[in-house]
Design a protein around this ligand. Structure first.
Ligand SMILES: Nc1ncnc2c1ncn2[C@@H]1O[C@H](COP(=O)(O)OP(=O)(O)O)[C@@H](O)[C@H]1O
Ligand SMILES: [Mg+2]
Length: 240
């Protein structure tokens, strides 16, 4: 007790094995992922680091069930997802995964409150429960006083906080964030990564993000470095 376990000892939220994704571009084939094997341990912050074009987004899309591997296997919470039908995959994602994007992807005419509320409405949550949860997650990300602002009335960092609140609202077990600091200055970006760390503690959510920013690495528990569709390095063993 009192000492955190190394990630090797913690349960895997995601386990990917020999994942290959080949895109067809006319007559040529682009091998975006060339056999990725990785684990996203529960309760740890995992980073996929690599240059533009290395395959990070492709990997996140596969984990989220937005795309399917050409070969290889992906398990989500112990369940093989590669073979699921589209409807089941969508249900799995809606129930378990929150997505955060580089460009925030907020609805421009909706307020912060409405952007977060929409995902809970889609999930069929009652009005009263929705109202409580929307206020709760917006307060968690530090936007209690900005709930009625629309995206254009918010800074980039604030917009990303709205999108994180939206991802968090349905109580996902995993948040996948694709270059969440990519549009932000470095100080604001680091604040966003620190926010993820706090949410991991306060909400028990596991976070996996992609970046090409080396400074973000210092805040992660586990970093996989991807070059040209392959993992070339693995750094970190939790807070052992
Ligand atoms: N839909 C697609 N069709 C064809 N090639 C793609 C597609 N998406 C990605 N790629 C290619 O796959 C490789 C990996 O892309 P991506 O996963 O977006 O990398 P990253 O997110 O690390 O920048 C790149 O060579 C990219 O051009
Ligand atoms: Mg990308």
């Amino acid at each position: 007790m009192g000492q955190a376990v190394a990630w090797q000892d913690s349960e895997a939220v995601v386990a990917a094995q020999d994942v290959v994704r080949t895109y067809r571009r006319g007559a040529t084939a682009v091998e975006a992922l060339k056999g990725i094997t990785l684990v996203i341990p529960r309760g740890r912050m995992t980073l996929l680091k690599g240059r533009s074009g290395s395959g990070k987004t492709t990997m996140l899309n596969l984990i989220a069930g937005l795309d399917r591997p050409t070969s290889g296997r992906i398990q989500f919470q112990g369940r093989e997802i590669s073979g699921l039908a589209d409807a089941e995959l969508t249900r799995m994602r809606r129930q378990n995964i929150g997505l955060v994007f580089q460009t925030f992807a907020l609805l421009p005419t909706y307020s912060a409150y409405e952007n977060v509320d929409l995902v809970l409405r889609i999930a069929g949550v009652s009005l009263r429960q929705r109202d409580r949860r929307v206020r709760e997650v917006l307060a968690l990300v530090g936007l209690a006083k900005r709930m009625s602002h629309r995206p254009f009335e918010l800074s980039g960092g604030e917009q990303q906080r709205v999108s994180i609140a939206r991802a968090l609202a349905p109580h996902p077990s995993l948040i996948l964030a694709d270059e969440p600091t990519g549009e932000l200055d470095s100080g604001t970006g680091l604040a966003i990564v620190r926010l993820f760390r706090r949410l991991m503690e306060e909400e028990g959510v596991t976070v996996c993000l992609t970046t090409h920013d080396a400074a973000v690495m210092a805040l992660a528990d586990l970093t996989y470095e991807i070059v040209d569709g392959r993992i070339v390095g693995e750094v970190g063993a939790g807070h052992a």
